[in-house]
Ligand binder design. Structure first.
Ligand code: NAP
Ligand code: HSE
Length: 428
């Protein structure tokens, strides 16, 4: 007999959890039609049940102990939107042991423990849905698992962190400092509980690990991803980049090469004509290339209450359909095997370099010689300004092996004419 009422329990009622409740309040009738059963939110675990909430909620739904949700036999689907790793991991395990389907928006959890948890789900004949873990409201996980499944994915490149994209946009368009723009992103609910995860690129690396594992059918250890955040990006570099025809973006890049997988997250200068250069504020975009489909781009709001809730609720609907129709639509995880990751020194990039040098004859020549000796070819070299015998020089290299560039930089830093190396950024 078909289940007419499907019980849902939430772990967390913060930015994302409140959005989930709002979407249910707003679209509950339509969701019921789409599923064929009524979805009923039966319990919500929070830390502080006295706290003011962004959404109206009956106080009797609130509990202080996650186990009251996880062990409730009336709950069929557990929605983990509380964040953190260890407690969330234990909660997901317990939910699966208790025969529940799981929906989560937690990329830290899925990037670090996804393989183990998905295996547990498979063993329990249940599933974990995690569309909201990457790209907020943008469909990415499902397209990779389903619509693009016939392709060999050659590369992916994207802006997958809303907070840093908001910060870089505000630095570029309003000349704000990083700290001011970060405070705004926090107030808007985009940032993680520990915002250094956003700013230092870890959040984007977790998302890249999830996307790359699906794209390249490989187990990805987030620790194998080269990660550099945006804390070293200065307003001056953003302005110079613009003059040179580039925007500065935090990019997550994955490529399938003959030598192995290239996996990296770092700020980069990207040509203003590139579609990713126009992605602003909390918007995210991911560009994929498949051997059959060619290039595909996904774009939308990558963070925030309702956009993220859109993906979480879609997962709840999928889980509910699975329950209602007793079909095993969810157990589609590919069996992943690890692939080698190309070490950073062996990867290739173009570089933007800003440095200060003595303003005297022969400085350009000494730079050109040092780069020439290291067989690093220069694309542009410009003296930006000088004061009190100091010249600021900006240069861009052609593509070069990372190790070779690092060697050249070491030589240049030691030149008597060079006062300081102020910025090194990669260029797409
Ligand atoms: P949040 O605003 O900090 O909300 C966390 C919620 O979880 C709060 O309601 C908190 O209770 C509750 N909670 C935390 N620890 C708990 C515990 N031990 N027991 C019971 N309740 C607990 O976080 P969020 O921004 O909604 O993010 C939640 C998850 O979604 C994270 O994994 C995040 O990475 C992911 N995510 C967020 C976004 C976004 O735009 N914010 C987008 C995509 C994915 P109290 O309210 O009582 O403190
Ligand atoms: N902190 C994340 C971001 C939330 O800014 O993108 C969405 O995953």
């Amino acid at each position: 007999m078909k289940k007419e009422i499907i019980g849902v329990g939430l772990l967390g009622l913060g930015t994302v959890g409140s959005g989930v409740l709002q979407v249910f309040n707003r679209n509950g009738a339509a969701i019921r039609q789409k599923v064929g059963s009524k979805l009923e939110i039966r319990r919500i675990a929070v830390r502080d049940s006295q706290k003011d909430r962004a959404v109206a909620v009956s106080p009797e739904l609130l509990v202080n102990n996650v186990n009251h949700v996880l062990d409730d036999p009336q709950i069929d689907i557990v929605v983990e939107v509380m964040g953190g790793v260890e407690q969330a991991r234990l909660a997901v395990r317990r939910a699966l042991e208790n025969g529940k389907y799981v929906v989560t928006a937690n990329k830290d959890l899925m990037a670090q423990h996804g393989t183990e948890l998905l295996e547990r789900a498979r063993a329990a004949e249940r599933n974990i849905f995690y569309e909201a873990s990457v790209g907020g409201g943008i469909p990415l996980i499902r397209p990779l698992k389903h619509c693009l499944a016939a392709n060999r994915i050659i590369r992916l490149m994207g802006i997958v962190n809303g907070t840093t994209n908001y910060i870089l946009t505000q630095m570029t368009s309003a000349g704000k400092e990083l700290e001011e723009a970060l405070a705004e992103a926090q107030a808007l609910g985009f940032a993680e509980a520990d915002p250094s995860s956003d700013v230092e690129g870890r959040d984007a690396a977790y998302k890249l690990a999830i996307l790359a594992s699906l794209a390249f059918s490989s187990k990805i250890n987030p620790g194998d991803i080269f990660v550099e955040g945006i804390s070293g990006v200065k307003l001056r570099d953003i302005r110079y980049a613009q003059e040179l025809g580039y925007a500065v973006k935090l990019l997550a890049i994955g490529r399938d090469t003959a030598e192995g997988l290239v996996l990296r997250v770092h700020p980069a200068l990207i040509p203003l004509a590139h579609p990713l250069a126009a992605v602003s504020n909390e918007f995210n975009a991911v560009f994929l290339e498949g051997d059959a489909v060619g290039e595909v781009m996904f774009y939308g709001r990558g963070a925030g209450s309702l956009p993220t809730a859109s993906a979480v609720c879609a997962d709840i609907i999928d889980a509910a359909r699975t329950i209602r129709h007793e079909v095993d639509n969810g157990i589609v995880e590919i069996t992943f095997s690890p692939r080698p990751v190309v070490p950073l020194p062996k990867q290739f990039s173009s570089f933007y370099l800003r440095l200060k040098a003595k303003d005297q004859p022969g400085v350009f020549a000494s730079l050109a010689t040092a780069f020439g000796d290291a067989r690093v070819s220069l694309d542009m070299i410009i003296q930006k300004r000088s004061d009190a015998q100091t010249a600021e020089i900006v240069l861009v290299t052609h593509e070069v092996e990372e190790a070779r560039f690092a060697g050249a930089l070491e030589v240049i830093s030691a030149l008597p004419t060079i006062r300081s190396i102020n910025s090194v950024l990669r260029v797409i």
